[in-house]
Write a protein that binds this ligand. Structure first.
Ligand code: NAP
Length: 485
């Protein structure tokens, strides 16, 4: 078992109370993975104070100078990829291939923003009068708080942290209690890359203890949160009186639409990867498949055939395509959602059973589940399940497919499988989502492109990732300079 401490002001420190909590391996709950400080509001306040102290010197550096730390960190991360991926598998449960890809993604994010540092600046705008210079400056906000979920425990902290640092902010990062190791490993990497003390601070502990502290701590100038809709909305309401900048990316109910002209083998493959991959625990996972009735049977047969071959097991085992649910709550929540749907009239087409053979009995393993005869008003067609549970809704036309896809409160990612370019473009225009895919999985993002949701999936104010990320973490100052006299 590994022992971690908080990272505050460049020092590794326990919680003042000495209290700790541990994480367990979701593939084998007999294994304790690591122990962490169970911090409370005072530790968060100490981290905010350390970040505030470090801010002036960090903000005074040029973006290029800040970018050097990021590029160096990228190299260290690459060198540690294999070890970090294994630790990620043990703590969160995803497959080694998925975890290796995620650590690589984090390294690439550091590399991308390290390079981008040469371009971070303002804009020169032609003035109406001669002898006048009109330009903007991009300035940091101050101390930024980041709260992250467990499902991408290194990629999400990285995609928030790196642009925040590049813009000249200092950071207090609070990772999810389910899987905090990666955030602390990022702190180690950045410390080795020479990041000055206090620029990044990482505090572990129950999120509930920190929410009020963020709201009342005057050092915190912005919050970027990724997690559930309930927690995000609560934080938004708590922070509203302070009018600090808040970015929330939250839950979803992502559709993949399969039109009658689609390549059905491709459609089944895309749904299986996006629905069962990452154990369905991705914010962009396909959870609804909206299928034109004329191909409903043929598509369902192909998806079931694939699901039957899907190899479930401990993520570190070669050939495994789907790891366990992350914890008992998520695991039981998946079965409860299936039962609720059946109670409302849905039919379990395939899967959804607990897997208890041999060592699997010690983990949160289940077959992927496919539900048919689902109608748009059922709870399972409206609410996020966050597990490998895919529901199929039949529709009679393209227009109905769009209406059903849009008929939920969320709007994060969507996919369409078709050979009809005209319908594909109409879908791209009409779908209410922040990420729109055609003939691709609903999961998977390009780190250089903007990412975020609409409707209840997001505050829909600023986008994450790509160059768009810089807008949240900086403010624009407009400078009017008359040199004509
Ligand atoms: P969660 O329960 O909302 O937790 C997210 C983070 O918030 C954790 O660090 C948690 O800490 C913290 N937290 C909990 N209560 C808090 C409070 N009152 N004040 C401040 N912080 C608090 O979500 P999760 O279960 O970790 O993640 C799954 C959810 O994230 C799903 O809904 C998924 O769709 C969403 N997600 C969205 C995106 C996206 O980009 N849209 C990406 C990934 C995941 P503790 O762990 O200590 O409770």
């Amino acid at each position: 078992m590994q022992d971690y401490a908080n990272f505050i002001g460049g020092n590794w420190v326990p919680a003042a109370s000495g209290a700790t909590f541990t994480t367990t391996n979701p593939a084998d709950t007999r294994e304790t993975v690591a122990r962490y400080p169970l911090s409370d509001a005072p530790e968060f306040a100490a981290a905010a104070a350390a970040a505030q102290k470090a801010f002036p010197a960090w903000a005074a550096l040029t973006p290029v100078a800040r970018g050097r730390f990021l590029s160096k960190a990228s190299q260290i991360l690459e060198a540690r990829k294999a070890d970090l991926a294994l630790l990620l598998v043990r703590e969160e449960g995803k497959t080694l291939t998925e975890a290796t890809g995620e650590v690589q993604r984090a390294a690439d994010i550091f590399r991308f923003f390290g390079g981008l540092s040469y371009t971070v600046g303002g804009q020169t705008i032609p003035h109406d009068l001669p002898g006048n210079l009109l330009f903007t400056r991009r300035e940091p906000l101050g101390v930024v708080s980041l709260i992250t979920p467990w499902n991408f425990p290194i990629a999400i902290p990285a995609w928030k942290l790196v642009p925040a640092l590049l813009c000249g902010n200092t950071v207090v990062l609070k990772p999810a209690s389910q899987a905090p190791a990666m955030a602390l490993e990022l702190a180690k990497v950045l410390a080795e890359a020479g990041l000055p003390a206090g620029v990044l601070n990482v505090v572990t502990g129950s999120g509930r203890a920190f929410g009020a502290e963020i709201a009342s701590n005057p050092a915190i100038q912005a919050l970027s949160f990724t997690g559930s809709h309930g927690v995000g909305t609560g934080l938004y309401q708590t922070l509203a009186p302070r009018r600090i900048r808040v970015q929330l990316e939250m839950g979803s109910k992502n559709p993949t639409i399969v039109l009658a002209d689609a390549d059905l083998d491709l459609a089944a493959r895309l749904v299986a990867i996006a629905g069962f991959g990452l154990t369905g625990q991705a914010c962009t996972a396909t959870s609804r498949v909206i299928v034109e009735r004329s191909v409903l049977e043929a598509f369902t047969e192909k998806l079931v055939a694939l699901a039957k071959t899907w190899k479930v097991g401990p993520g570190a085992q070669p050939g495994v395509q789907m790891g366990p649910a992350v914890n008992a709550d998520e695991f039981e929540g998946n079965f409860a959602a299936i039962q609720q749907a059946i109670g409302e009239g849905a039919e379990l087409v395939w899967g959804g059973a607990r897997l208890t053979e041999g060592d699997l009995a010690h983990g949160y393993f289940m077959q992927p589940a496919i539900l048919g005869k689902v109608t748009p008003s059922m709870q399972i067609a409206q609410e996020e399940v966050f597990g490998p549970v895919v529901v199929i809704l039949a529709v009679d036309s393209f227009d109905e497919a769009i209406a059903v896809a849009n008929g939920v409160k969320y709007g994060l990612s969507a996919s369409l499988v078709t050979r009809d370019f005209k319908k594909a473009m109409q879908y791209a225009e009409r779908i209410e989502c922040g990420v729109v895919k055609v003939n691709q999985i609903s999961t998977g993002l390009a780190l250089q492109a903007p990412f975020g949701g609409v409707k209840d999936s997001s505050t829909d104010s600023y986008r994450e990732q790509g160059t768009a990320a810089l807008d949240f973490y900086s403010r624009t100052k407009t400078v009017y300079f008359d040199y004509s006299a």
